[in-house]
Design a protein around this ligand. Structure first.
Ligand SMILES: Cc1ncc(COP(=O)(O)O)c(C=O)c1O
Length: 385
């Protein structure tokens, strides 16, 4: 017998409570029964994003919200500054190009966070650039970019917008949207939301709401003007993913039962414990300076086949983690501690990595990683942080 354990940075394990909520019989989305469901979700999404603005709900994966953030804000021929420090930063550039805009890319070495002064320089040198596009947590490298500082830089630069892909960063890192002056924050359901894939979320500041009226880019399903208007009347523009919304109502309830502060602290502690465990095993962290609390990226040690490591963990240990993407394939692996994860999930992942590395010929002393993790996790209350 082998259990299936999902410790990749999305999709993540869905709690039983959420699964059961989604098993409810279907109701009509224009019926009176649906209205309080949507209302409660909208209220809790505002609390989660830490904004007074409505958080728009799209039936798509996270990339749908990324596409909406481009098509609604830039017109063909516009320029936009893009932080390109991983696979998802590359996606911002690809989306800009797809909509006929010119991405001005700040190339950041994978594993490093962007330097805010590089962003200041790029914005100063390109006064017509409409927006800065960046990831909060760049999942492909396990890096957290300094969003608060970047927002300050953008604010210094007049009427530019800062657009944050927080698909794996929201509900993990504390990023108060209104307080920090973020213009667009977007996310996806299969991450800290503890839901299956299929929903994307996007919140717009007043500045961004004004900007979406101006874009000349073609758009229809992801025309945020329509979505904004419908949601303002507690309706959805199109048929929503009703079952996922039942799940969302439940998962948001779980987040606020735990308490948002505790959710952030839990992710920070699980991340710290994972990093300590990897170091104790003599492994090198891929993003030591500015780690994302969603996942820990680790260099595969010399002499070990990285692709075989993730494959054997999945096939022989039942544990799915992520491998490296693009040029990092086989060179790094990435253990997630995102969403419905507690301290014993971290212990399990560390134990499995120790055992497998030993089997693959890497010199480990079984228990060293687990001990380092336990030292940090032992004081973590079972409930909350
Ligand atoms: C930071 C980030 N951006 C974008 C995406 C793409 O989201 P999706 O696969 O839901 O379209 C992901 C997915 O892993 C992500 O982690």
């Amino acid at each position: 017998m082998q259990k299936y354990r999902l410790l990749a940075p999305g999709p993540v394990t869905v709690p039983e409570r959420v699964l059961l909520a989604m098993a409810r019989p279907m109701i009509h989305h224009r019926s009176p029964e649906f209205l309080p469901v949507l209302e409660e979700i909208r209220e809790n999404l505002r609390r989660l994003f830490q904004t007074t603005q409505d958080v728009l709900i799209l039936a798509s994966s996270g990339t749908g919200a990324m596409e909406a953030a481009v098509s609604n804000l830039v017109s063909p021929g516009d320029q936009a500054v893009v932080v390109r420090g991983g696979k998802f930063g590359e996606r911002w550039a690809e989306l800009c190009t797809a909509y006929g805009a010119e991405p001005i890319c700040i190339d950041v070495e994978w594993g490093q966070a962007v330097d805010p002064s590089a962003v200041r320089k790029a914005l100063e040198q390109n006064p017509d650039a409409k927006a800065l596009y960046v990831q909060a947590s760049e999942t492909s490298t396990g890096v957290y970019h300094p969003i608060r500082e970047l927002a300050q830089v953008v604010r210094e630069q007049g009427n530019r917008l800062i657009v944050v892909d927080a698909i794996s960063g929201l509900g993990v890192h504390d990023m108060p949207m209104d307080e920090w002056g973020l213009d667009v924050v977007l996310s996806g359901s299969q991450k800290s939301f503890m839901l299956p894939p299929g929903l994307a979320f996007i919140a717009l500041s007043e500045r961004a709401q004004a900007a979406i009226q101006e874009s000349q880019s073609p758009r229809y399903y992801f025309d945020l003007r329509k979505v904004l208007k419908a949601q303002a009347g507690n309706q959805t523009a199109y048929t929503p993913a009703v079952s996922l919304l039942f799940g969302l109502r439940e998962s948001l309830a779980m987040v606020f039962e735990e308490g948002l502060e505790n959710v952030f602290r839990r992710h920070a502690t699980l991340s710290k414990a994972t990093r300590a465990a990897m170091r104790a095993l003599g492994l090198k962290l891929f993003a030591p300076d500015s780690p994302s609390y969603a996942c820990t990226a680790v260099w595969v040690p010399d002499g070990i086949d990285g692709k075989a490591l993730t494959k054997r963990l999945r096939d022989e240990y039942g544990i799915t983690i992520a491998g490296g993407q693009n040029q990092m394939a086989g060179k790094i692996f990435c253990v997630a501690h995102l969403g419905y994860v507690d301290r014993f999930d971290v212990i399990t992942a560390v134990a499995a990595i120790e055992m497998l590395l030993g089997e693959m010929g890497y010199p480990v002393k079984l228990g060293e990683g687990m001990r380092a993790a336990s030292e940090i996790l032992k004081d973590m209350p079972a409930k909350g942080a």
